[in-house]
Design a protein. Structure first.
Length: 582
């Protein structure tokens, strides 16, 4: 942005018209909510006219449906006028382009509105129509912000208050969570599904609001306008939750409301306050970013907190468990829910693990540059992000998959954080509990597919459990000096001669080879898998025995690399054989 853009005295008309457009769009959202709440969407069978007329009799459902069309036409005309005014008075080319984008959105919104009628309310089109309305409203709010005096003034904190540098990222995360909430809300209204996810996401929004206020409180020079926006967000959120609760009660216990008008007003008010929440969040996000560079490195650090490699491995093994458990036809929606939920829980657990071990990581060369020991992120950010992801994952699995899967995911989280992590400083037995936590993801996938614990799930658990010993012990041997320096009670650090480590690797690899053959005896796989599992097991066992004969770093690295290849290849062959592809 050039200095001329911030120093020029602007015309007040773009800002005023942007305000009018935002208010009209919010009113349009309210009227659209009335159409859905009163089931008036197909009262008028044709489009763009109503019964072939520009002004039909405004009675019954026609009043809501045709009134919605008239309001949409008014918003479209306002957008055209705003573009004409911006073209004449707005000096910033990027703002003019945003206004043109708003015009394109309103045209697209009208097209989808027509398709909902002509195609007789297809769910996908109706949901897209609702989401486009929210997107257009956000853009209208952005135009209000960009043409305001607050945008052109320099915030007191715009110089980069080091304590409050996380606020823009937190505000953006809250905005994205709110947008997801409105997408879920549209899904609930048009399909009747995903109500549990909608409620669970409301909890995440509450946590996000708390995080925003936390960041504001830590910034001594934060502009009071951000405080006012955050306070308005919190107030509207309370109203939104109350309206949502009353709407739900009106559906579950309809007799407590005497007038049929009240549920309609409650549901419509819930929709409108949701849009208002999103708009306020968009304003907070934009103003908190004002004068700050986009810190892509910070986003990278947030991703690093989730240990993407470990989280991806958990999702892959859960995916294998799902395919093996389902046996026949696979439900793609449930499969997607399982993977997403597993990624969320695993990412949250890893972030919280990094928080708990930040002092240990600072003493290890391998981990000293992680975001927390390097002080690129603070403990509060890790705590919130980890808690947010873990809670979201468990709630997501409970709502979208089943309760048993969510319980096993929660158990995995607890074992990893509250047993394995503290034991790493106390006893070499920590590997046992780490192997338990690492072996549960395929069980998550299995129960997600069939809703129960079968022998096949326990066989998958055993394979993952025993695989982790040669995999981890070979890695721990390579970094034994680092573990000793950090004071961790890993077996190669506690007994540096390597004899016990090598024996454990041989014995557990032998056990792994044995249990990997069980799927054939349970009818989960055939002879092709049996032969592959036997040969791969012998290969890994041979490498472990070679390390047992002489404990060198080179031989340990070979075991580690072989274990990295072994597991995905074994699971892939097992899944393909199970599904008759081989």
């Amino acid at each position: 942005m050039s200095m001329s853009e911030t120093s020029a005295v602007p015309s007040p008309w773009p800002h005023r018209l942007a305000w009018v457009l935002a208010a009209a769009t919010l009113a349009l959202v309210f009227i659209g909510g009335l159409v859905t709440s009163t089931h008036s969407g197909l009262t008028v069978p044709d489009w763009p006219l109503s019964y072939g007329r520009l002004l039909p009799p405004m009675i019954g459902g026609i009043l809501f449906e045709h009134g919605h069309r008239l309001a949409a036409a008014s918003v479209g005309l306002l957008t055209i006028v705003l573009n004409l005014v911006f073209w004449k008075t707005e000096s910033r080319a990027w703002v003019r382009r945003a206004a043109i984008g708003a015009l394109g959105l309103v045209v697209l919104q009208g097209v989808f509105g027509g398709l909902t009628v002509l195609l007789r309310l297809p769910k996908a089109v109706s949901i897209t129509h609702a989401c486009l309305a929210q997107t257009f409203f956000c853009l209208s709010v952005a135009l209000v912000v960009w043409t305001s005096r607050a945008w052109k003034e320099r915030f007191p904190s715009a110089g980069g208050d080091p304590v409050n540098v996380a606020l823009p990222h937190v505000a953006l995360l809250l905005f994205l969570t709110l947008y997801a909430q409105l997408v879920l809300g549209a899904l609930v209204r048009h399909t009747g599904h995903a109500a549990g996810l909608h409620i669970a996401n409301a909890v995440l929004i509450f946590l996000g609001l708390g995080w925003v206020f936390r960041r504001l409180a830590l910034g001594d020079e934060t502009d009071p306008r951000l405080w006012r926006l955050a306070s308005a967000l919190a107030l509207v959120y309370v109203v939104q939750v109350v309206l949502g609760t009353l709407t739900l009660l009106s559906l579950l216990v309809p007799q407590w409301i005497s007038s049929p008008v009240r549920p309609v007003l409650l549901a419509t008010g819930h929709v409108m306050t949701g849009a208002l929440l999103l708009g306020l969040s968009a304003a907070l996000t934009l103003l908190s970013w004002r004068g700050r560079p986009v810190a892509f490195g910070r986003f990278r650090d947030y991703v690093t907190l989730t240990k993407p490699g470990i989280s991806l491995m958990a999702a892959v093994t859960a995916l294998a468990g799902f395919f093996l458990g389902s046996g026949g036809a696979v439900g793609p929606a449930r499969l997607l829910h399982t993977v997403v939920g597993t990624l969320l829980v695993s990412g949250g657990a890893c972030a919280l693990n990094m928080l708990l071990e930040r002092d240990v990581d600072a003493r290890m060369h391998r981990t000293e540059n992680r975001p927390l020991p390097a002080r690129r992120l603070n403990a509060g950010e890790a705590l919130f992000l980890g808690s947010l992801l873990a809670l979201a994952g468990v709630l997501y699995l409970a709502a979208a998959v089943n309760v048993l899967t969510a319980v096993i995911a929660g158990l995995t989280l607890c074992v990893y954080l509250y047993v394995y992590t503290p034991l790493k400083k106390i006893s070499a037995l920590n590997t046992l509990f780490g192997a338990v936590a690492g072996a549960l993801p395929p069980v998550i996938g299995w129960t997600a597919a069939v809703g129960r614990l079968d022998p096949g799930a326990w066989v998958l658990f055993a394979i993952l459990f025993f695989w982790q010993y040669p995999h981890f012990f070979s890695l721990a041997w390579l970094y034994r000096a680092d573990y000793a320096r950090a004071g961790l009670a890993m077996l190669p650090a506690v007994e540096p001669d390597g004899e016990t480590t090598a024996r454990h690797m041989v014995v557990t690899t032998l056990a792994l080879t044995s249990v990997s053959l069980l799927p054939t005896f349970l009818g989960l796989a055939g002879t092709i898998y049996f032969a592959a599992a036997f040969l791969m097991g012998l290969g890994l066992l041979a490498l472990s025995f070679v390390f047992f004969r002489q404990h060198t770093d080179l031989r340990a690295r070979r075991v580690f690399l072989a274990s990295v290849l072994y597991l995905p290849l074994l699971l892939l062959i097992l899944v393909l054989d199970r599904r008759g592809t081989l």
